[in-house]
Design a protein around this ligand. Structure first.
Ligand code: KG4
Ligand code: ZN
Length: 340
């Protein structure tokens, strides 16, 4: 065995994407994601359907990941998998598969926290992408979470702010639903926003103490705003779609930026790394780049394929745990909610 080259197989199945990746040290050799489209007709992820689809996808996805990486399963040094947080039925499929494979191959098993992985995805070795240096602040924005995390090292991450209700991705998706857009609506709001005036409809920002967030009030505000205007003009949404989307996105970005500014002031750290599905948002990306010039921040925006749920981010955490010999026992349990 060439110990210079550590081959990690990573499995991610926390929600509705089945993903497997193979890494050689901190480089990604393959990162395969099978998206589940079945949920679109229900307007949200149906947990039971998700776990059944994971069961169908897991074997072919792992097989393709190994083939694309050009290695055989016998070359693997360890298997990393998402322990949580996520949907229990979905987590169990990936977890059981990872356990069986690590037992069959007699190689270490490494349980990974999905939220930490969204942050540590920045340490994947990728041409053209800088890695942050410790300590830095991470803004994790996804369909399930909104957190500001102080990252002191690979293994010392501290949540300093989080949402008290909806996640920012939910704010995007629920707003999109009110506008009659299909699930998940976040990318569509982003698309329409690019053609609209962000100041067309001023929505008020919630008042939340400290570094925490709240998005449920904004959702209600948008709902009432749309109901009132559609009552006066049934074509209101169609006629103003771009401006509505731009105004919603502008408000959400302002909420995030206010808290980031506060976090920078409180910690004295001005390196900001974003992660999670919502970091694909073009408005957030532009605003963070502008903040580099405006406030002297350094921002880190991951490669697009590592922002949404993917196994490569689980693999990079697995690799760093392998180096420290931090292994999990075979009786490690999947957890829908998990301590950070
Ligand atoms: O991290 P992710 O793939 O899954 C988890 O929630 O863990 O994030 C999915 C979320 C969804 O809410 C989706 O609407 C949102 O990310 N999203 C976006 C964009 N792309 C994905 N929201 C706004 N703008 C986007 N371009
Ligand atoms: Zn995620």
């Amino acid at each position: 065995m060439n110990i210079q080259n550590i081959y990690t197989l990573a499995i991610e199945s926390s929600c509705d994407d089945t993903s497997a990746a193979v890494l050689c040290n901190d480089k990604v050799l393959s990162n395969v994601v099978a998206r589940q489209t079945i949920h679109e007709e229900y307007g949200g992820v149906v947990p039971e359907l998700a776990s059944r689809a994971h069961q169908q996808n897991i074997v072919p996805v792992v097989d393709v990941a190994l083939k694309k990486a050009g290695i055989t399963k016998n070359q693997l040094n360890c298997i990393a998998f998402t322990q949580g947080p996520g949907l229990m039925g979905s987590l169990l499929v990936g977890g059981s598969f990872a356990k069986s494979m690590s037992m069959a191959l007699d190689i270490p098993l490494i349980a990974v926290n999905h939220m930490k992985a969204h942050i540590l995805a920045h340490f994947i070795d990728e041409e053209g992408f800088d890695k942050p240096t410790f300590p830095f602040l991470a803004l994790t924005i996804s369909g399930g979470h909104t957190q500001i995390v102080k990252v002191n090292s690979f293994f010392d991450l501290e949540i300093i702010g989080e949402t008290t209700d909806d996640a920012v991705g939910e704010a995007f998706d629920k707003s999109a639903k009110i506008l009659g857009l299909p699930y998940p609506g976040g990318p569509l709001v982003d698309k329409f926003a690019q053609e609209g005036n962000p100041k067309a409809f001023p929505f008020t920002k919630p008042k939340v103490d400290g570094l925490n967030f709240s998005f449920s009030g904004l959702k209600t505000q948008i709902l009432y705003f749309i109901q009132k205007n559609v009552a006066e003009n049934p074509n209101f949404i169609e006629e103003n779609k771009a401006d509505i989307c731009a105004s919603i996105q502008h408000t959400i970005i302002n909420i995030l930026m206010d808290k980031l500014k506060l976090a920078v002031a409180e910690t004295g750290i001005n390196q900001i790394a974003i992660g999670g599905g919502v970091s694909a948002n073009s408005g957030i990306r532009t605003t963070l780049k502008e903040a580099e010039k405006k406030y002297g921040w350094k921002s880190y925006i991951p490669k697009f394929e590592y922002t949404t749920d993917n196994a490569a981010m689980i693999g990079i955490v697995g690799y760093h745990n392998f180096l420290e010999q931090n292994f999990s026992d075979a009786d490690v349990v999947s957890k829908a909610r998990i301590e950070f």
